[in-house]
Design a protein around this ligand. Structure first.
Ligand SMILES: [Zn+2]
Length: 231
């Protein structure tokens, strides 16, 4: 006997009892009947979801993690564009003489947004999204969306937050030599961000940021399920 995995109902919404659909690797499930969002683990746990950049009728909503965290910079050392070569002299040079400057220690509150779907561009996308102001929109009553492909769970999100934070530091305009930072996550939720599929890229609505289909492991299934849902 053959089962079509995609048609098996594995999960139901704990709020309204509707079937939750998703891809086989998904851990984030949005109920398009009642608008609740769940993360599967030992059991379903609720997670907040907000919609952004809703855009036109051809929008596809991809799940992203929105993580609010304190970034504690313990030590950050940057380097001048070039430092003079140290040759033939046998003495210890200070960091400053080698063009190194320590700066920017302290703590700040930062919001990180990065893909909750499987892509090999998660860090670069997270760094680029850090610079943009993403504000949630009010979703009209009765408007139904599909959000699938969320395969990055909460534990991985915490690890990725740290990686994106380091990426943000590396991406500053100075020449980073080293950084030591701690992350304290205060809250995490899902942003469902409207993207318009182009020829070979999911383009985030109202943004220059695009994510290549080729870089998204489940892009074919996401596009197909979305087509079935809205068609
Ligand atoms: Zn529901």
């Amino acid at each position: 006997m053959r089962y079509d995995r995609s048609k098996l109902t594995l999960l139901r919404c704990s709020n309204c009892g509707s079937d939750l659909s998703g891809l086989s690797t998904d851990v984030i499930f949005y109920c398009s009947e009642c608008g609740r969002c769940w993360i599967s683990g030992e059991r379903l746990s609720p997670v907040s979801i907000e919609f952004l950049r809703i855009g036109g009728s051809d929008s596809i909503f991809l799940p992203f993690w929105k993580v609010d965290a304190s970034v504690n910079i313990l030590n950050r050392v940057s380097r001048k564009r070039s430092s003079s070569l140290v040759t033939g002299v046998s003495r210890e040079f200070t960091g400053r003489e080698r063009g190194l400057t320590e700066s920017d220690s302290g703590s700040r509150q930062v919001r990180f947004i990065f893909p909750a779907f499987s892509t090999n561009l998660v860090l670069s996308t997270g760094v680029r999204m850090h610079r943009e102001n993403f504000l949630p929109e009010k979703v009209e009553d009765g408007k139904r969306f599909m959000v699938i492909g969320g395969s990055v769970g909460m534990d991985d999100a915490a690890l990725l937050t740290r990686a994106v934070a380091v990426g943000v530091e590396v991406n500053r305009t100075d020449y980073l030599a080293s950084v030591d930072l701690e992350i304290e996550v205060h809250s995490a939720g899902i942003y469902a961000i409207g993207c318009t599929p182009g020829k070979n890229v999911f383009r985030i609505n109202g943004s220059e940021i695009g994510i290549l289909f080729a870089a998204v492991n489940d892009s074919d299934e996401i596009l197909k399920k979305n087509h079935d849902f809205s068609g």
